[in-house]
Design a binder for this molecule. Structure first.
Ligand code: HEC
Ligand code: HEC
Length: 299
């Protein structure tokens, strides 16, 4: 009886080795870190002009002050903030992005800093308001979300100055969630976002030390900004999603993802089907093995 037990134990450990080996190799390979990276800059300039029919122009200058529809409105930062914005930029951003915001810092060394001219107010607002900027670590492969160091008003002022250098879109969005449809949002999220952020919005690893972040605790306007401007490795969604569709997605993110209910009782951390499958495997197969032993030992 003991020898058969030993034999079975040997088979089990062999199976575990075969199964686990590739996992260990994979873990070692993905841990390797590369050389200092060059900043990501997706071609986001000239993000298009407002397509909406609902455009408000400044009566004297003819400049667009807001556009959008009943789903999302985009507001240009007030030009009255430009002087304040420039002062804030020189204090907080120019050391890396240069006094002209063109990505060339004062000492002449052209580091790996993105050119910000023409990126549009929503991009600047997103990076400052999500605490990614001013950058904490210029060598980090991916700038990560932090508690913002500047206030919302300061972020808008900086966006106003950068935008005054070369006016561009998108402007700073506000989502009107009462007009959104959460079930359409769920379907659109599954189609466009879940591949990276997972259907539960918990985020996941991407290639080469980068990851798609969790979407819990992201305010609605920042979800619109991310979708419309495509930060770093995220694609930019412009013509392929209407403002109504983006509003639906934002509703799904700010309700179902940020306040999930788990009818099954256990959310299992919302880790997704693979992790949940493992839990099923461990519990289910584990119990089966125990039963098999119990039956086997009695004969
Ligand atoms: C210590 C250096 C540093 C400072 C200070 C800094 N940045 Fe950055 N900034 C970076 C680096 C590096 C990146 C590229 C990050 C990446 O690729 O993940 C970046 C990226 C950005 C981007 C995204 C550009 C794009 O096309 O993807 C914006 C917008 C931005 N910074 C705005 C600002 C603003 C506004 C400030 C001041 C409040 C600021 N930054 C301060 C280093 C800095
Ligand atoms: C190809 C992968 C990919 C897809 C598809 C994608 N994202 Fe992202 N997303 C990212 C990455 C990577 C970041 C982080 C960028 C950074 O840190 O600069 C991000 C950031 C975000 C953020 C900001 C989170 C934060 O921490 O501030 C939001 C909100 C967001 N995505 C929403 C969406 C939505 C909604 C969709 C679908 C319409 C979507 N994403 C599709 C990869 C993706």
């Amino acid at each position: 009886m003991t020898s058969s037990f030993l034999k079975r134990a040997a088979i089990f450990s062999f199976a575990a080795l075969v199964g686990g080996g590739p996992l260990i190799v994979f873990a070692c390979a993905s841990g390797a870190s590369g050389s200092p990276h060059t900043a990501y800059q997706t071609t986001r300039k000239d993000a298009g002009t407002p397509k909406s029919t609902d455009v408000t122009l400044n009566p004297t200058t003819g400049v667009v002050i807001s556009y959008g529809d009943k789903y999302i409105t985009y507001n240009a930062p007030s030009t009255a903030l430009v002087t304040l914005g420039q002062a804030l930029f020189l204090q907080n951003c120019a050391s890396c992005h240069g006094t002209e915001a063109n990505g060339v810092p004062a000492n002449g060394t052209n580091g790996s800093f993105p050119d910000l001219v023409g990126l549009g107010p929503a991009t600047i607002d997103f990076w400052v308001d999500s605490g990614r900027m001013p950058a904490a670590n210029v060598r980090a492969v991916q700038a990560i979300r932090h508690t913002p160091r500047l206030t919302k008003d300061q972020a808008v002022a900086i966006a106003a100055w950068v935008n005054s250098l070369s006016p561009s879109y998108p402007d700073i969005p506000t989502a009107h969630l009462k007009n959104a449809n959460v079930s359409d949002g769920a379907a659109l999220f599954a189609l466009n976002c879940a591949s990276c952020h997972t259907i539960e919005g918990d985020g996941d690893a991407l290639a080469s030390d980068t990851f798609s972040p969790s979407l819990r605790n992201i305010p609605a306007f920042e979800v619109v900004e991310a979708v419309r401007t495509g930060p770093a490795n995220m694609p930019r969604f412009t013509g392929n999603l209407s403002d109504q569709q983006v509003d639906d997605i934002v509703k799904y993110v700010t309700t179902e993802i940020q306040h999930p209910n788990n009818p099954g009782g256990f959310g299992l951390g919302g880790l997704g089907p693979v992790a949940e499958g493992f839990v099923g495997l461990l519990l289910g197969v584990g119990i089966l093995i125990l039963i098999a032993y119990w039956v086997g030992e009695r004969q």
